[in-house]
Design a protein around this ligand. Structure first.
Ligand SMILES: [Zn+2]
Length: 160
């Protein structure tokens, strides 16, 4: 078994869609970034890549590469899943927390698990999506951005 951790943060900006865990959430702002800026999916990818001791998403999907401009992070997650399979690794489970004052995550958490699970080829029961606020403290508390942290457990496939 191998464990990895991922963390990401993106700034909230006007005139952007808010995409979290592959789900577009109606909101007055969205996250700024080169891809769709899906901070939750980014944290999960870095946890998976970390567990595999592979280069992180900044190295795999550079922000100066035009191929990833506006890219769906679920597509990038699919690519990560392929890399893991090539290395004889499968996902045990993923646990992730979104840190945001708004919007509420609980109503869409199940939909996020389904989308993420579909992209990864993992049953949604192996993915936990939780949310907390930052109690009004700091940049997250002032709702200037949204952060996400994730832990992933990978299993080394036997017989490879
Ligand atoms: Zn990111």
């Amino acid at each position: 078994m191998r464990v990895g951790i991922g963390y990401d943060v993106h700034r909230l900006a006007p005139h952007r869609k808010l995409v979290l865990g592959g789900v577009e959430i109606p909101f007055d702002k969205g996250l700024a970034g080169h891809s769709d800026a899906d901070v939750l999916t980014h944290a999960i990818m870095d946890a998976l890549l970390g567990a595999a001791a592979l280069p992180d998403i900044g190295a795999l999907f550079p922000t100066d590469d035009p191929r990833y401009a506006g890219a769906s992070s679920l597509k990038l997650l699919q690519h990560v899943a392929e890399l893991l399979a090539q290395h004889g690794l499968s996902v045990g489970n993923i646990d992730a927390t979104v840190i945001a004052e708004r919007p509420r995550i609980a109503p869409v958490a199940q939909q996020m698990k389904l989308r993420l699970g579909e992209s990864l080829g993992v049953p949604p029961e192996r993915i936990a999506i939780k949310a907390t606020t930052n109690e009004g403290l700091g940049f997250l508390g002032r709702a200037e951005g949204i952060a996400a942290i994730a832990v992933a457990l990978l299993l080394e496939n036997s017989g490879d």
